[in-house]
Design a protein around this ligand. Structure first.
Ligand SMILES: Nc1ncnc2c1ncn2[C@@H]1O[C@H](COP(=O)(O)OP(=O)(O)OP(=O)(O)O)[C@@H](O)[C@H]1O
Ligand SMILES: [Mg+2]
Length: 356
């Protein structure tokens, strides 16, 4: 089922959160709302669930206007960050609850709940109370409870953020599998860019109540439209562009920047205030030679050894730039104080500056 927001306005006191917001979520997709704290992700999700009614505008499920349909008539499954299981009921009873509330006969509810618990690997835990489960197990119960009713729409609000990293990776795999098996339209809220890239069909990047870009994970990562999207999704270095110079040939564009002439194969327009976004992992470090176009001189400020990669913070004429390199086992790490030349790759992308 396709889901859409049409011309949504929402204010709290004298603070406008959404103004004429439009968004379409295609049927069957795993669609992620990604953005920093306070940008309005949960509020949009709560509008889909029916907990928040917008000041103006419509929410549609397919062609149906559900703006004033109450929560219990929307047929949505919801999983929150903090589990929200009934503490005084068993795991089995938690999962069967939504079915019994929908007047599914008891025997069928028991069977369906048991099958769902088996699917999430918790059949052996069915008689336990939620308090006797780990955080990851509780989130599996919450997923089972949301899916067992065969909802039209699945809403997930940061369901993994209370878990440790290893468990998060494991559970995100399971959530994606369950979503694909059910073919259910899913709206997932997170402020974790890696999670968004790993799980989504499409991502909407949000900034202060606005949707700044919608695209597949690859589109968002490779071709961010704004400096905000480039930095929020994948931590980019942002270099100011002073002007575009006559092209170098072969489709490569030349840019004058405060750290010298740099090159890019980006097709994006170079508007006033544009920046060059460069991924930390795409910069190559060299020992400095004579100054050359495409290379930025710098001095290493900080070295962070992470096992498979090494992160360097490098002082340049425009402040610190960040570089991630693979750590080969025998190679000497560069040291704090070393002079280096940063080779800026042609994959660097032109982005719009963040409007103030
Ligand atoms: N009921 C409310 N009353 C007043 N302000 C609210 C209310 N609900 C949300 N807001 C405000 O709207 C903004 C967006 O809130 P929302 O919870 O949607 O953000 P979020 O993107 O989910 O953030 P987080 O990542 O921290 O969960 C915030 O500034 C918040 O304070
Ligand atoms: Mg939130």
């Amino acid at each position: 089922m396709q889901v859409s927001f049409e011309k949504i306005d929402q204010s709290y006191g004298n603070q406008t959160l959404f103004s004429q917001l439009d968004l379409e979520i295609p049927s069957g997709q795993f669609f992620t709302l990604l953005g920093p704290s306070g940008c309005g992700k949960t509020t949009l999700l709560r509008m889909l669930a029916g907990f928040v009614r917008p000041d103006a505008g419509r929410v549609r499920f397919g062609n149906d206007d559900v703006t004033s349909v109450p929560v219990h008539h929307r047929g949505v499954g919801i999983v929150f960050q903090d589990y929200a299981l009934f503490p005084d009921r068993s795991v089995q009873a938690n999962v069967a609850y939504g079915l019994l509330a929908r007047r599914v006969p008891k025997a069928e509810a028991t069977d369906r709940a048991a099958a769902m618990l088996k699917r999430v690997g918790l059949e052996a835990f069915k008689d336990r109370a939620p308090a006797a489960l780990s955080g990851g197990q509780r989130q599996r119960v919450a997923m089972a409870r949301a899916l067992v009713i065969k909802p039209r729409l699945l809403l997930l609000d940061e369901p993994l953020s209370a878990l440790d990293v290893k468990l998060r990776v494991e559970l995100r795999c399971m959530i994606r599998e369950l979503q694909q098996e059910a073919g259910i339209t899913t709206v997932f809220v997170t402020h974790d860019q890696e999670e968004a890239l790993a799980m989504s069909d499409q991502i909407a990047v949000m900034d202060r109540g606005q949707i700044v870009q919608i695209g597949t994970p690859q589109e968002i990562y490779v071709q961010p439209r704004t400096a905000f999207a480039a930095d929020f999704v994948g931590n980019a270095n942002l270099i100011p562009i002073l002007e575009e110079l006559p092209a170098a040939g072969g489709g490569t564009r030349r840019l004058r920047t405060p750290v010298g002439t740099l090159f890019t194969n980006s097709h994006a327009p170079c508007l006033p205030g544009a920046l060059l976004a460069v991924r930390c992992a795409e910069i190559l470090l060299h020992t400095p030679g004579t100054t050359q176009d495409g290379k930025v001189p710098g001095v290493i400020q900080h070295v962070e050894y992470r096992g498979s990669t090494v992160g360097y913070t490098i002082q340049t004429a425009i402040g610190s730039l960040h570089v991630d390199t693979w750590a080969s086992q025998n190679a000497q790490l560069r040291q704090r104080g070393d002079a280096v030349a940063l080779e800026i790759p042609h994959s660097a992308h032109i982005v719009e500056g963040r409007p103030c």
